[in-house]
Design a protein around this ligand. Structure first.
Ligand SMILES: [Zn+2]
Ligand SMILES: [Zn+2]
Length: 145
């Protein structure tokens, strides 16, 4: 079995696990996000899957359905672009990893090989802090530095 077949089998199983039908579009989106390994916007997904001829609105629906089913995380990184990424762990942590955005080229990277913990330096945690969903770190990437 080659890599692509393995990925397809994995994507179908992942969809079955959350009781979504394994449509061609959903399988293609999952495989794309798995292979890129970084959060992608709807328009980036549309562009990357252009050769398959999926409808833009189909892909938009896929992304939201799979996010709703818990397969994808929806990220709002403060630049008015909603992005989606494959959930890397099933635990219900507030956030699983921080993201790094290059201020020069805008490239986004998952910092899932860094550990980061936010704990109050004194006293109990403030209630009005609510839930932390994202930690963004900005800087110059290796390419632009
Ligand atoms: Zn850069
Ligand atoms: Zn990420």
């Amino acid at each position: 079995m080659n890599g692509t077949e393995t990925d397809t089998a994995w994507a179908k199983q992942a969809l079955r696990d959350v009781t979504l039908r394994a449509t061609a579009a959903r399988v293609a989106v999952l495989k794309l996000l798995a292979s890129k390994g970084v959060p992608m916007s709807h328009s980036e997904v549309v562009e990357s899957l252009a050769e398959f001829g999926f409808d833009q609105s189909t892909l938009f629906r896929c992304l939201n359905e799979m996010a709703h089913a818990g397969l994808l995380s929806r990220l709002d990184l403060g630049d008015h672009t909603r992005r989606f990424e494959l959930k890397k762990s099933s635990d219900e942590a507030e956030f699983t990893h921080a993201h790094f955005m290059c201020v020069d080229c805008g490239e986004l990277q998952c910092m899932d090989d860094y550990s980061l913990q936010i704990t109050p330096s004194r006293g109990p945690r403030r209630n009005n802090l609510g839930t932390i969903t994202e930690i963004m770190i900005r800087g110059h990437c290796g390419q632009c530095n």
